[in-house]
Design a protein around this ligand. Structure first.
Ligand code: AMP
Ligand code: MG
Length: 407
């Protein structure tokens, strides 16, 4: 029997980030940038107004006040996107809209709210400071400046910056494409009422969603019957679009444990017992001409889910090349006791919350690996070490956060 850490190390040792690829901007969302991005032009690209108002020469309006307003002829209207060349001579002004280029000669913009809004002539009741309401070319980004470094994960704001700089494509480490199968003759798809001894298949849905939450592009293939020939040919069919394959079910010691039977024969997937609860039977290896990595997870829904969190999520994160491979682990005070067997690391479904600035955690529901409703209530997993058998209320425990929480 392997420890969790040994199995995880064995898995991660066989994986590497995918080769760099140039993709369009929205496909880059969530990926790690694989190039340093240098701005080819400044941002803003030209001096422009940050307000709707009047572009003026400061000296002409410096004395303006409500008691002594200044009145100026308006020589033109400059809208955003206006390509005309405008200039404001002494004693004149131009109506200008947010984002429109500042005309030559103007050195401040008076907000429309400080004026009577005149079209041919305008009354100005307040003086701006020199340079007010002008966004200068290059004040955000200077041409030639390095704006994003390789290694950064591209979130919404980074995608926005790349777009603002006009970059249509960007070099990233691509998201792994993950194909998810489930096996079992007893399984029927959602939308079908299960017959006697049948159940609606859930693992492939949960794991496809989990793979997407981990940053992968995930495809759900669905149910494969416990038939060695069908299983093998379906896996082979899917390899063209897979950087990683996940199967569930069929890896225990039962008579119809097809996954184990088929893949053992190929000899590239190693089936191991891992000292964990739930999730003991694990398999990992490579398959096909490109040595595509494959996880064979146990079929019990909670075992499959926990196995995914413990082994597959870090694997996907490694393939993505992100530095944050693991879920955050926090220390929390246990509010309800639990017991476990010695010699295995337990992942106990739990709810964590913050009370008075401190993490408090309690197990939810039973230990059974089939209890999906309890799993759906959990927002964390208590990680109980191998040697522990009893965890009384009040002790500090390690908790894997399945969702973001801050104290
Ligand atoms: P197995 O690992 O194939 O022996 O399955 C263990 C248990 O998990 C059995 O009770 C199965 O019916 C159940 N199970 C296996 N695969 C799935 C699945 N994809 N969705 C829901 N339950 C499953
Ligand atoms: Mg089965």
């Amino acid at each position: 029997m392997r420890t969790v850490d040994e199995h995880l190390a064995a898995v991660l040792g066989q994986l590497a980030p995918l080769p760099d690829l140039e993709v369009t901007l929205l496909d880059a969302h969530g990926c790690v940038l694989a190039e340093d991005v240098v701005a080819s032009r400044p941002l803003p690209g030209f001096d422009n107004s940050s307000m709707d108002g009047y572009a003026v020469r400061y000296a002409d309006v410096a004395a303006a006040s409500e008691q002594n307003p200044v009145s100026l002829p308006v020589v033109g209207d400059i809208a955003a996107g206006s390509g005309g060349v405008y200039a404001v001579n002494t004693g004149l002004c131009a109506r200008i809209m947010t984002g429109a280029p500042i005309p030559a000669g103007a050195d401040a913009v008076v907000p429309v709210e400080w004026t009577d809004g005149g079209v041919a002539r305008v009354r100005i009741d307040r003086a701006p400071a020199p340079g007010d309401n002008i966004r200068r070319a290059g004040e955000d980004v200077v041409a030639g400046e390095s704006v994003l470094a390789a290694g950064v994960t591209l979130g919404a704001a980074q995608i926005g910056l790349l777009a603002a700089l006009g970059k249509a494509r960007v070099k990233v480490r691509p998201k792994p494409r993950v194909v998810v199968f489930s096996t079992g003759n007893e399984l029927v798809d959602v939308g079908v009422t299960p017959g006697p001894a049948q159940l609606n298949e859930s693992n492939s849905y949960a794991l496809t969603a989990a793979a997407r939450e981990s940053g992968a592009i995930a495809y759900r293939v669905g149910i494969v019957p416990d038939d060695p020939v069908r299983l093998l040919s379906l896996i082979e069919d899917q390899l063209v679009r897979a950087d990683l394959v996940i199967t569930t079910g069929g890896v225990s010691a039962g008579a119809y444990d097809t996954v184990k039977e088929v893949l053992s024969r190929l000899g590239t997937v190693e089936f191991t017992k891992v000292a964990m609860q739930p999730g003991m039977p694990q398999g990992f290896g490579t398959i096909g001409p490109d040595a595509t990595p494959i996880f064979t997870l146990p079929g019990n829904p909670v075992s499959a889910f926990v196995s995914f969190e413990v082994f597959v999520r870090p694997a996907i994160r490694r393939m993505l090349g992100v530095s944050q491979m693991y879920r955050p682990l926090v220390r929390a005070t246990l509010t309800e006791p639990f017991t476990k067997s010695a010699g295995k690391r337990s992942y106990v479904r739990a709810r964590i919350e913050v009370r008075d600035g401190a993490y408090m955690v309690a197990p939810v529901g039973g230990m059974g690996s089939h209890l999906v409703a309890d799993l759906a209530l959990a927002n964390a997993l208590i990680v109980a070490p191998e040697h522990v058998t009893e965890a009384p209320a009040g002790v500090t425990v390690s908790v894997m956060m399945l969702e973001r929480r801050s104290p």
